[in-house]
Design a protein around this ligand. Structure first.
Ligand code: IVH
Length: 677
């Protein structure tokens, strides 16, 4: 009997998923809701009578299971990249991208235009969906590009995402990359419903999408109306990858995945400019928010030739639209002290709604910016908010400056304080630096707070729950260093404002869970100036353990890929500071990090330094550099006695002369390629 039931179940799943696809993906429903419900209930009944028929890809299983304790990390087999943003928001931005692409490809005016794919830049949360043998097995967020979070249960609730690919011959593996977003009408409807029930509303569609995916309870995610668009692929095994990006998206569409129809393939910069303008005229009529448009070189073969810089492909660019702006008035100008002691003037504004959120303050960056813009209290200013960035004051509307301020200024021009507003220590501004800084280091409570917050932040030690309000209170009660976090007691925590016993326990739990973090996170958490997340990773990989890093001299530091003299100097200065050494010993005693194995990049060119000069016939300078570094060699900017090879192309200048003087080996491109081989 199961045979018939099995067949019927398969049939019902196919009908239900087909209805989902028409409803959620192509927006053309063909069966009435009651019919859909009938099919759904029939399948549910069948599965409960025959539990052996239950399969993970059944539409009845979209919402199942209990809330999670946390999301498991997922290592992306291919990194999830980001895209460079073209700074010029006028149509000329498209020309700049095309010019760069042509130059990198070595094309001249005589060559044909490059073929591009242009699409929308969706404003939501990046997602990687992994299908194995046609079945959705995992969904992960982007995270830091290398490791994301497993949000499979939440993603299964998104009806637009097929649980099974629509094909008889599914690929062994296909990772689909795209964006989870929320349509504007879904967002409005959801908020409307929440309001009528006196429940919290979502701030904007983007937060709605991102926040829903990061819900630990899939039943909550299931109530949020989410949508999805594909924009590329990750790993694929056993799938004939098309030769162009456009055809890849078409192929994904054919597999039943949602692909936005608002896209074109065209020739040269003119096609990009046209697309940018078409969308500019229609962007507010689209059913969802966008963050600009994206241009991609269409042929994958050319994409491969163009390659990457850092984590950004040279073959793609995001082109935004001029940001949204509003008028408001400046109620005060305050000064904030950051982690490195930098003093940042901040304008307190009369609340104004810009680009979907209420803005109450905006950064004025530094003293020079304030005087350049001549912002004063009482002024009417234009504030801008672009995407995710911190709102900023664009300019003062001088016509609206109160008359009496023009004659006898009630509010004089802004002056940077000479003493730190937090601790009273003298403020200095070093030559060549934009920022004035408090000179008190970690004795300044503001710097201490920021240093501790950074230490605990998600990308650093990731101590969940140790946020701004708590750190403020803890520092006010004497918490001085990150090492002391590990000695906090339940009683100390329970005495804090808004800290229930349960949350104190949770925090202690989170602190304890943050111990033995990998070295890279720990190095980043230390907050060494000029050492960001990537550099911290490179350092950890190269040295393997903290002691090796702490005892490295300049020469040893310069061996690390991408570490130059400025970064090396910051690292030395940091570890030379006795206070920092003491804190590190405290952290060692607490077991804050775990050392790993040194994996310095060794290759056939390790220990050799190259200098590149002039234009090579086929390799770009970046390509030559990348290949040298990949083999363990180092590329320096100037010729010295330590240089092993100078690689000279046409129009090589003084570096070549110097190389001859010093008797250094000179290679042309063929010589370099021979060396690589
Ligand atoms: S392509 C190889 N295409 O923008 C580049 N990204 O910085 C990989 N995004 O967080 C991304 N719309 O989630 C691409 N049509 C689109 C996109 C898009 C939105 C997001 C993406 C990522 C960010 C890239």
């Amino acid at each position: 009997m199961t045979g018939g039931a099995e067949q019927r179940a398969r049939e019902l799943r196919r009908l239900i998923e087909a209805a989902n696809h028409r409803y959620y993906v192509i927006d053309a429903p063909t069966i009435p809701d009651v019919e859909y419900d009938r099919l759904f209930h029939e399948l549910q009944a069948l599965e409960s009578d025959h539990p052996e028929l239950l399969a993970a890809d059944s539409p009845t299983q979209r919402v199942g299971g209990k809330p999670l304790a946390g999301f498991a990390p997922v290592r992306h087999r291919l990194p999830m990249l980001s895209i460079r943003t073209e700074t010029d928001t006028t149509p000329a931005g498209a020309l700049a991208f095309d010019a760069r692409v042509r130059k990198e490809l070595g094309l001249t005016e005589a060559d044909a235009p490059v073929e591009y794919a242009a699409e929308l830049k969706f404003d939501g949360l990046a997602m990687s969906l992994r299908y194995e043998n046609g079945v959705l097995v995992q969904a992960a967020t982007r995270g830091d590009g290398e490791t994301g979070e497993d949000v499979t249960l939440n993603i299964r609730t998104v009806r637009a995402i097929p649980l099974r690919l629509n094909t008889e011959m599914p690929p062994e593996v296909l990772e689909v990359r795209g964006e989870i977003y929320m349509r504007r009408d879904d967002f409005e409807r959801y908020n409307e419903k929440q309001r009528t029930q006196d429940k919290p509303t979502l701030v904007n569609p983007r937060n709605g999408a991102a926040g829903s995916i990061r819900q630990l309870d899939p039943r909550i995610a299931a109530q949020r109306p989410l949508s999805f668009f594909c924009y590329g692929i990750g790993e694929s095994i056993g799938w004939p990858v098309p030769v162009t990006h456009g055809a890849t998206l078409d192929a994904l569409g054919a597999l039943g995945l949602p692909v936005c129809t608002e896209r074109v393939v065209g020739q040269g910069a003119a096609a990009l400019v046209a697309f940018h303008q078409t969308i500019a005229a229609r962007r507010y009529r689209l059913p969802f928010d966008i963050d600009g448009v994206v241009y991609k070189v269409n042929r994958l073969e050319l994409q491969r030739r163009l390659g990457f810089v850092a984590r950004e492909p040279r073959w793609a660019v995001a082109h935004k639209y001029p940001a949204q702006e509003e008028l408001t008035t400046v109620e005060a100008i305050e000064v904030q002290v950051g982690r490195t002691g930098a003093l940042t003037p901040v304008a307190r504004l009369k609340p104004v709604f810009v680009g979907g959120v209420t803005v109450t303050n905006a950064t004025l960056h530094n003293a020079d910016e304030v005087s350049r813009k001549d912002v004063r209290v009482g002024d009417t200013v234009i504030v801008r908010r672009a995407g995710d960035v911190i709102p900023e004051v664009v300019s003062v509307v001088l016509e609206r400056r109160p008359m009496r301020d023009l004659i006898a200024p009630l509010h004089p021009t802004f002056e940077m304080p000479t003493h730190c507003p937090e601790c009273g220590a003298p403020v200095i501004r070093l030559e060549g630096e934009a920022a004035a800084r408090c000179t008190n280091g970690l004795s300044c409570p503001a710097q201490r707070k920021q240093a501790i917050l950074h230490f605990a932040s998600r990308r650093a030690m990731d101590i969940e729950g140790l946020g701004e309000k708590l750190v403020d209170q803890l520092v006010e009660r004497g918490l001085a260093t990150p090492a002391e976090i590990y000695a906090l007691t339940r009683d100390e925590l329970a005495g804090l404002e808004r800290m229930a016993e349960k949350s104190a326990d949770n925090l202690l739990q989170a602190i304890s869970a943050s111990k033995h973090r990998e070295l890279a996170r720990f190095v980043f958490a230390l907050g060494i100036r000029n050492v960001g997340e990537q550099t911290a990773k490179d350092l950890a990989r190269h040295f393997g353990n903290l002691d090796a890093l702490m005892s490295a001299d300049v020469a040893a530091l310069l061996q690390v890929p991408d570490v130059g003299p400025v970064v090396a100097e910051s690292i030395l200065a940091f570890f030379a500071e006795p206070h920092n050494r003491t804190v590190i010993e405290g952290l060692r005693a607490a077991g804050a990090w775990r050392d790993g194995e040194a994996q310095p990049l060794v290759g056939p060119l390790t220990g050799m330094t190259f200098v590149l000069t002039g234009t090579l016939p086929t390799l770009t300078r970046d390509e030559a550099k990348a290949r040298i570094e990949a083999l363990g060699g180092k590329v320096a900017g100037s010729v010295s006695k330590k240089t092993n090879y100078v690689v000279a192309g046409t129009e090589a200048g003084s570096k070549l002369i110097k190389a001859r003087e010093l008797g250094i080996a000179i290679l042309d491109e063929d010589g370099l390629l021979a060396l690589f081989n």
